[in-house]
Design a protein around this ligand. Structure first.
Ligand SMILES: Nc1ncnc2c1ncn2[C@@H]1O[C@H](COP(=O)(O)OP(=O)(O)OP(=O)(O)O)[C@@H](O)[C@H]1O
Length: 229
């Protein structure tokens, strides 16, 4: 589903590569944690998947497509197949829960009948049934992140990228967020989550890819946050 082949990324203003000769294969339906210190290249890895950045060397394949051969006008189509969740939720403050989720479908031209059917389903999937008419300001941080996940998933993307999704949420609430991501993963969606949250990584026992200075220093199935010797 996601394949990095000897990928090196050097930003124009930098001498050191943000990613250095990274080769990684993520299969359809996998759940992968991306860990490593600040500046190790996690966000760069996610940006390359979205074709927000191009590799300096090497190739990135996503959903069977070689991104170097994907013309610019096809990039929005690629991004529709990838849901994104961020640390800071990024909800529209003037729209309620239902409208925030529906908006993701409206902008890609889905019919109103379809939107009316699927939005409540996804709102329920993330555990927010009965809260569809709340504004983001009337929700806890954990609930806001659930809305953001619903919005990312409502179009049933093949891949969900999450960049520090529990970064602004307390540990107890984070467990609920991880249950939602796990539920989404069980529908067959490939999940890649960048995180500094050791407790979450240790509790999930999923594949862990560790970056340091842009290099993969560990790729462990059913892994933990820190190196387990
Ligand atoms: N747009 C950019 N221009 C120049 N250098 C950049 C840019 N984005 C990232 N970098 C550099 O590339 C390296 C990797 O950064 P990246 O953001 O991928 O790390 P990260 O692991 O996601 O860090 P964090 O955990 O803090 O989010 C860092 O040295 C960073 O300063």
């Amino acid at each position: 589903m996601i394949q990095f082949e000897n990928v090196t990324k050097v930003y124009p203003t930098q001498k050191r590569p943000a990613l250095n000769n990274v080769s990684i294969d993520v299969q359809k339906g996998e759940f992968v944690f991306l860990v490593g210190p600040s500046g190790s290249g996690k966000s760069t890895f996610l940006r390359l998947i979205l074709k927000e950045e191009k590799p300096t060397k090497g190739r990135v394949h996503v959903a069977g497509k070689d991104l170097s051969r994907l013309s610019n006008w096809k990039v929005p189509h690629l991004r529709r197949r990838i849901g994104c969740v961020f640390q800071d939720f990024r909800l529209l403050p003037n729209k309620n829960v239902y409208e925030n989720v529906a908006f993701a479908l409206e902008v890609i031209g889905k019919p109103r009948r379809f939107i009316r059917k699927v939005v409540p389903e996804v709102v329920e999937l993330v555990g927010l049934e009965g809260k569809g008419d709340r504004m983001p300001s009337e929700l806890s941080g954990g609930e806001q992140q659930r809305v953001a996940i619903a919005r990312a998933f409502v179009n049933r993307p093949q891949i969900l990228l999450a960049d520090e999704p529990t970064g602004n949420i307390d540990p107890a609430t984070s467990i609920g967020i991880m249950k939602v991501l796990d539920r989404i993963n069980r529908t067959g969606t490939t999940v890649v989550m960048a995180t500094h949250d050791a407790a979450i990584v240790d509790s999930m026992r999923k594949r862990v890819i560790e970056l340091e200075d842009g290099e993969v220093i560990r790729d462990q199935s059913r892994g933990v946050y820190g190196q387990a010797y």
